[in-house]
Design a binder for this molecule. Structure first.
Ligand code: ZN
Length: 186
């Protein structure tokens, strides 16, 4: 796997925290299977009623907020499995990401980004999801789910970024609007 190849090339001191949580051989299945599977399950909560979100980053944010909230509240023994790898990727910086704008994410998504670049985006969403849930804004999660369903492109026209920002602010919360307006890479 590409990610494992990247990890194996890192200096030893970067690996200590990963080894502590995922074992001497850094078994990332513990991350993907034990925690990311919850993210995948969470998608079903909007897929059931709509599969064409206004923006793919919003549906990924929703799934990650759901995962984070569930593990934090209901399965805290898995918290380090969920948190350590993303933290490591975020600390590693941007060098694995050729594309960094939200527009890139919409256009390329899973199919046209390298696995590392796709994962880089997911970790940015993770960081934002964590900040929102940790600030006790978990009601945003339910509002975001409703927003995804109500604005699904199956029943609504596509919103411009400024229309989207206005509606997110009103219907979901300023914390989610801020992701759009404050995204570091334009
Ligand atoms: Zn997803």
């Amino acid at each position: 796997m590409e990610v494992e190849k990247t990890i194996s090339q890192l200096p030893e001191h970067y690996l200590t925290s990963l080894k502590t949580v995922y074992g001497e051989n850094i078994d990332l299945d513990l991350f993907y299977r034990e925690t990311l599977s919850i993210h995948e399950l969470a998608h079903l909560y909007h897929f059931k009623e709509g599969t064409q979100p206004q923006r793919k980053w919003l549906q990924e944010l929703f799934a990650t907020m759901s995962m984070y909230s569930f593990i934090k509240e209901k399965s805290n023994s898995s918290y380090q499995l969920m948190h350590t790898y993303p933290e490591f990727i975020i600390q590693s910086g941007d060098r694995m990401a050729e594309f960094k704008t939200l527009k890139d994410f919409e256009e390329k998504y899973v199919q046209k980004l390298t696995p590392q670049n796709y994962e880089w985006f997911q970790m940015q969403f993770y960081q934002n999801a964590k900040a929102i849930i940790d600030s006790n804004k978990s009601d945003i999660l339910i509002r975001l789910q409703k927003f995804l369903i109500n604005t699904d492109l199956g029943k609504t026209k596509i919103l411009t970024d400024s229309e989207l920002a206005t509606r997110l602010e009103k219907e979901v919360g300023k914390e989610v609007t801020a992701i759009l307006t404050n995204w570091e890479y334009k």
